[in-house]
Design a binder for this molecule. Structure first.
Ligand code: SF4
Length: 245
């Protein structure tokens, strides 16, 4: 059984084409900008258990849209690889029906979990939270060793890899840190593109509802000029396409 936070049957933001997105419950990180703190705990009473067969029935309804748009299914979260065995079972069933599979993951999980899903995953949408491990700890609660090691592991396999990087003023936008992040990505030849995600405070009210202390109330979203400048910097170092919305 998989513990599911929610399902979006028509997303255009979580990988190529039109996708059904399964948001799985549970996350080991505590990112200060998290929009979905209600996904953190495995004890969330509103999360629902599903079998892979039950989810496949829902996913199948999207097949005409997947075929027309080059889409498929994405598991997100939370951190979907906390339930790696379930993802493996679900993706095995998807691939048997020629449905493309993607994982939106922080990669702050044990390498054995990544290895479990590698054979059944077509695309990884992989976060780099912070290139500096100490700053990663301040931002997410954990250092970045697992994230970097898992990225390098994925890069050795025949899968598609997109990088996601959240730009948070004063936390992740230092040009030296962004340069170091881009230097790492340059060495990863499976990376097809980098998506920069501008920080925004849309999830802040959920922190308040859960009685959590949101520390970024005073942080403003980055300007378009800053996003363009960082995109250009990363493009110039990596030689890869960089997008932001
Ligand atoms: S990895 Fe995602 S779900 Fe987990 S805390 Fe960070 S932003 Fe939130």
């Amino acid at each position: 059984m998989g513990l599911v936070h929610s399902i979006d049957t028509f997303s255009t933001l979580d990988g190529p084409g039109i996708r059904t997105v399964i948001f799985l419950q549970g996350c080991p990180l505590r990112c200060r900008y998290c929009q979905n703190p209600d996904t953190w705990s495995m004890a969330n009473a509103s999360a629902q258990e599903y079998t892979a067969a039950e989810l496949i029935k829902i996913i199948r309804r999207g097949i005409p849209y997947f075929r027309a748009s080059g889409g498929g299914v994405t598991v997100s979260g939370g951190e979907p690889l906390l339930q790696a065995e379930f993802v493996e079972e679900l993706f095995t069933a998807c691939q048997a029906e020629h449905i493309s599979t993607a994982i939106d993951t922080s990669l702050y999980v044990s390498t054995s979990k990544v290895e479990r899903v590698l054979p059944v995953t077509d695309l990884f949408l992989a976060d780099i939270k912070h290139i500096d491990s100490q700053k990663s700890h301040q931002l997410t609660g954990l250092g970045n060793q697992l994230n970097i090691a898992n990225l390098c592991l994925i890069n050795q396999h025949n899968v598609r890899l997109w990088i996601r990087y959240v730009v948070v003023p004063d936390l992740t936008d230092n040009p030296q840190d962004v340069t170091a992040m881009a230097e790492l990505v340059k060495t990863l030849d499976r990376v097809e593109r980098i998506d920069l995600l501008p920080y925004h405070a849309l999830g802040a009210h959920k922190w308040d509802l859960l009685g959590l202390d949101y520390t970024l109330h005073r942080t403003q979203p980055p300007s378009s000029q800053q996003m363009n400048d960082l995109a250009q910097l990363i493009r110039s170092i990596t030689g890869k396409p960089v997008y932001w919305q």
